[in-house]
Design a protein around this ligand. Structure first.
Ligand code: SAM
Length: 287
């Protein structure tokens, strides 16, 4: 995968030389290029911003500078159905333009998985009050895949930290980046839709605290069940929204029993019996 990051602070992205992403870059698993937006300015002062039309505080990033940068970095989109190559491993031609912004859709593990199937991704890091809105409109209208994504409900000074988050979340899903691919399977926010169970290592006794006995038993079926129960409990306690999003049909009888014990009962909304999109899946009784 090739990833281009455009920023006015290229040094901010130096962290991508470290750890697993740095190793993946050196191994050629990800071709990561960081660009200084000011290289596309034409004036002596290398200006990238100006005052907002309509007044108000702060500065806005100029569309003409971003346009020159993105025209250079984004390959032509090849049409509405631009997947290439045979079978499910086909990759989309062109590039996905990602614009980090607190007013975007929330960046989730699902979005990271989608982006990891791209051949190329270009990240446009905003600063000040953000990028002139015409930039996103123009590339979307030209047929590029464009996503405005937020890393959470808070405001940062610039898109660089968000770009670091997104690059790391996407790059670790690329084949060969994480040594043991099995470690990606049971993680929080994986296919099961749950948070991960608590994990322990040596020593088995640390002060008064002992590792749960079942984990030392070597009994794999019991360990799996214990971990699943803890994942359900932890998710119900910390992220009830994730329990509410589970499809009860995908859970076994024991899962349903554990959740019932936590006040979550699977239900069906009789108003919409045929369409599970609208069926209320859960009734939650506060303990
Ligand atoms: N005026 C903007 C607003 O209220 O939506 C905030 C601009 S913010 C100070 C400057 C830049 O930081 C944004 O253009 C974006 O690139 C980045 N940024 C800030 N918070 C972010 C978040 N939660 N997720 C992704 N990017 C963010």
């Amino acid at each position: 995968m090739r990833i281009d990051v455009v920023t006015i602070f290229p040094d901010y992205l130096a962290a991508l030389d470290l750890s697993l992403v740095g190793k993946a870059r050196r191994a050629g698993l990800v071709d990561l290029r960081v660009h200084d937006l000011r290289d596309w300015t034409l004036d002596r002062h290398r200006t990238v911003d100006d005052t907002p039309f309509g007044g108000g505080a702060g500065m806005v990033m100029r569309p003409d500078v971003w346009g020159r940068a993105l025209d250079d970095l984004l390959p032509e989109p090849s049409g509405p159905d631009d997947t290439v190559g045979p079978g499910p491993a086909a990759v989309a031609a062109g590039a996905h333009l990602v614009v980090p912004t607190p007013s975007g859709e929330v960046f989730t593990q699902r979005r990271a998985e989608e982006l990891a199937t791209e051949d190329r991704m270009v990240l446009a890091c905003g600063r000040y009050e953000g990028i002139d809105a015409r930039v996103v409109e123009r590339y979307r209208a030209a047929g590029h895949r464009v996503s405005e994504l937020s890393i959470g409900d808070y405001v940062l000074n610039g898109g660089e930290v968000a770009a670091l988050v997104m690059v790391e979340a996407v790059a670790r899903l690329l084949p060969g980046v994480v040594g043991n691919p099995q470690s990606l399977v049971e993680e929080s926010h994986g296919a099961a839709g749950l948070l991960e169970y608590p994990v322990y290592t040596k020593p088995p006794r640390w002060g008064d605290a002992e590792v749960p006995e079942v984990l030392l038993s070597g009994h794999h079926a019991r360990i799996d069940r214990w971990r699943r129960d803890r994942a359900l409990e932890r998710t119900a306690a910390r992220r009830p929204d994730m329990i509410a999003a589970l499809d009860p049909e995908t859970l076994d009888a024991h899962d349903l029993e554990v959740l019932a014990g936590l006040g979550w009962r699977a239900t069906r909304d009789p108003r919409h019996p045929a369409d599970s999109r609208y069926a209320a899946r859960w009734e939650h009784v506060a303990e």
